[in-house]
Design a protein around this ligand. Structure first.
Ligand SMILES: C[S@@+](CC[C@H](N)C(=O)[O-])C[C@H]1O[C@@H](n2cnc3c(N)ncnc32)[C@H](O)[C@@H]1O
Length: 210
């Protein structure tokens, strides 16, 4: 698939998706980390960062499936996707929406084990597309998720992450330790709230072996 702009994600978010997301937020605001699903501009910007390839793509914190939908619309084959969502209600919605995609109700911190069970080897993923609210997650959980993502990515792979904050959401020291090079890929100003997209790729010179 192309790293250039891709097919548009659907323009409006169905009311049922809003309700499911709101229920998740009411039950656990910190974990849900947003009051509404991401909009199409952010979804396009996220998906445009996924490198061309045929390897696995792992999506973390899929919510109602805004990024999943955009990935499929961009031509990603459903069998390449492993989608992870911790909230049971949202997981149920994702299963309903994307019966052709592997959707797991699991903690992203355990994505390494989960990927292994799904036959995804370390160093084989083209991308980890993360919708997790890293800024509201415990530091240890952030470390676990980013370390696992880094191990899953192939040498040309990318971790794609958005943030509502002004800086890279992956702590600089952690990125440096893992040999991940951060790049701010763009800003979705029409998203509510506006969000920046960052990519993290393995620095060929400094990346430690997995
Ligand atoms: C900010 S929302 C983003 C949802 C969706 N990607 C979007 O952009 O609309 C974060 C999502 O991550 C999920 N989540 C939070 N912590 C998680 C974890 N440890 N493992 C898996 N999913 C998690 C939440 O339930 C929520 O659906």
């Amino acid at each position: 698939m192309s790293p250039s702009p891709v097919a548009p994600a659907s323009k409006s978010i169905p009311a049922a998706h809003w309700r499911a997301f709101l229920r998740a937020w009411l039950s656990d605001p910190l974990r849900t980390a947003a009051m509404s699903p991401s909009g199409p501009q952010l979804a396009r910007l996220m998906v445009a960062q996924v490198p061309r390839g045929n390897g696995p793509i792992i999506e973390l914190g899929a919510g109602t499936g805004v990024f999943t939908e955009a990935l499929l619309a961009a031509g990603v084959a459903p069998e390449r996707l492993l989608v992870v969502e911790l909230n049971r209600g949202l997981h149920g919605l994702l299963r309903q929406r994307f019966p052709q995609v592997r959707v797991e109700c699991a903690d992203a911190c355990c994505v390494l084990d989960l990927a292994a069970r799904c036959g995804i080897a370390c160093g084989s993923a083209d991308a980890v597309v993360s919708g997790l609210g890293l800024l509201s997650m415990p530091r240890l959980a952030v470390t676990q998720v980013i370390e696992a993502s880094s191990r899953l990515l192939g040498s040309q792979g990318r971790l794609v992450q958005f943030t509502y904050g002004p800086l890279s959401p992956v702590p600089r020291a952690l990125a440096a330790r893992l040999g991940l090079r951060a790049r701010r890929a763009g800003f979705a100003w029409r998203n509510m709230p506006p969000a920046s997209v960052y990519t993290y790729s393995k620095d060929a010179v400094r990346a430690p072996s997995a």
